[in-house]
Design a protein around this ligand. Structure first.
Ligand code: ZN
Ligand code: ZN
Length: 64
C-alpha cells in the first residue's frame, strides 16, 4: 500500500508534505497529526486502535 503522507498546518490548514518542518504557507511549525485508525501512545509509542481509553502496552491514558 502506497499512502501519500501529508500533514495539515494547525494554523492555516494548508497541506504540507509529511517531512517538512515549517508550513509553506504561514511558516508555522505546528501541524495537526493525522490519526486515521490508530492512536500512538505518548508514553511508550505503541500504536493503539482508535476508541481505546488506555494503551494496551503500558496502560497510559490516551487523550483524544
Ligand atoms: Zn500554515
Ligand atoms: Zn503505552
Amino acid at each position: 500500500m502506497n499512502v501519500l503522507r501529508m500533514k495539515q498546518c494547525i494554523k492555516c490548514y494548508a497541506e504540507n508534505d509529511d517531512h517538512v518542518a515549517i508550513c509553506r504557507a504561514c511558516n508555522s511549525t505546528k501541524f495537526i497529526m493525522e490519526k486515521e485508525s490508530s492512536m500512538r501512545c505518548p508514553a511508550c509509542g505503541a500504536e493503539n486502535e482508535e476508541g481505546h481509553d488506555m494503551c494496551y502496552s503500558c496502560g497510559h491514558r490516551l487523550d483524544r
